[in-house]
Design a protein around this ligand. Structure first.
Ligand SMILES: *[C@@H]1O[C@H](CO)[C@@H](O)[C@H](O)[C@H]1NC(C)=O
Length: 149
């Protein structure tokens, strides 16, 4: 095979890969779930993913809203902000399978963080965890396992 033919073949192969990449990226455009699926939480789309806010509610409602988010594959939850809620306990697996990058729990009377609540978030995804104005008294020993950032 001539060098020129080889060059042409690699060139077209590159073009093909490039267009495949564009197709894949187009499919990755983030979409919020239907508002009723995550009510009373709200969702908006930010540059790097979804921004989900849950306020003035309780753990059961938040847990249901998380189930609504879990129904969507490939969602990137760039911000999950839980504030002014009544959720004394962060139960295990509540975030399991969600791709959460920044988690904030603020003024939510949080006292107990169960072992598997935080460690079940994707090991590589959670970048920032902020807890403030809560009532933390118990954090189970393995709660942060795998969160090595
Ligand atoms: C904290 O949350 C409660 C509702 O659970 C709210 O009434 C109160 O105003 C909040 N406090 C602050 C400082 O935002």
């Amino acid at each position: 095979m001539s060098l020129f033919k080889q060059f042409l073949i690699s060139y077209f192969f590159c073009l093909l890969l490039q267009s495949l990449k564009i197709v894949v990226e187009a499919q990755n455009i983030q979409q919020c779930p239907n508002p009723t699926e995550i009510s009373p939480c709200t969702c908006s789309i930010k540059k790097n993913g979804l921004d989900v806010i849950c306020e003035f509610t309780d753990f059961n409602h938040i847990s249901k809203a998380m189930d609504g988010l879990k129904g969507r594959q490939n969602s990137i939850i760039f911000y999950l902000k839980l504030r002014h809620n009544n959720m004394p306990k962060l139960q295990g697996f509540v975030f399991l399978g969600l791709d959460i990058h920044h988690l904030t729990i603020h003024n939510s009377s949080l006292a107990v963080v169960e072992e598997t609540s935080l460690s079940s978030i994707g090991l590589d995804t959670l970048e920032i965890l902020t807890l403030y104005e809560n009532k933390i008294s118990v954090i189970e020993s393995d709660a942060f396992r795998g969160l090595d950032k």
